[in-house]
Design a protein around this ligand. Structure first.
Ligand code: ZN
Length: 135
């Protein structure tokens, strides 16, 4: 079993934003030399997340952010003293990891799927841990 891992760094520019990282993750898979296996993408932050969704029409991401803000407003009846409770809740709901099959040396995503880093309390310097496991 071959394992390859790499940490990606990114700088977010808005408080809330979805940044597509599909190409960066695919580059890690290519660098791994692994042709078949599983790729894990993990976000080691409590106010950020990672998700897979449509990357053809940017309005989908706008709608997801809009609904998250409606359900979990920035100003709510929160107790956390740092003042960013909405970001913590959004992070937990969206989730901090995803898994994608690796086939023929690349991510086996659906036609319209892209991987998004989800910033909920930016701007900040962020990391994304990618691990590719060959089977
Ligand atoms: Zn906090």
């Amino acid at each position: 079993m071959k394992i390859y891992e790499k940490s990606l760094s990114l700088r977010t520019t808005k408080r809330i934003d979805f940044i597509e990282i599909t190409d960066e993750v695919n580059n890690v898979v290519k660098s791994s030399g692994i042709s078949n296996g599983i790729c894990y993408v993990f976000v080691p932050h409590t106010t950020a997340a990672v998700t897979i969704n449509e990357n053809a029409d940017r309005s989908v991401v706008k709608d997801i952010i809009s609904v998250l803000n409606k359900v979990i407003p920035e100003d709510g009846d929160y107790t956390h003293s740092e003042g960013n409770s909405d970001a913590h809740v959004k992070s937990s709901l969206v989730g901090c990891s995803i898994q994608i099959f690796v086939s023929d040396g690349k991510l086996h995503l659906g036609t319209w799927q892209g991987i998004y880093f989800c910033e909920f309390d930016g701007p900040r310097n962020r990391n994304v841990w990618v691990k590719v496991i060959g089977i």
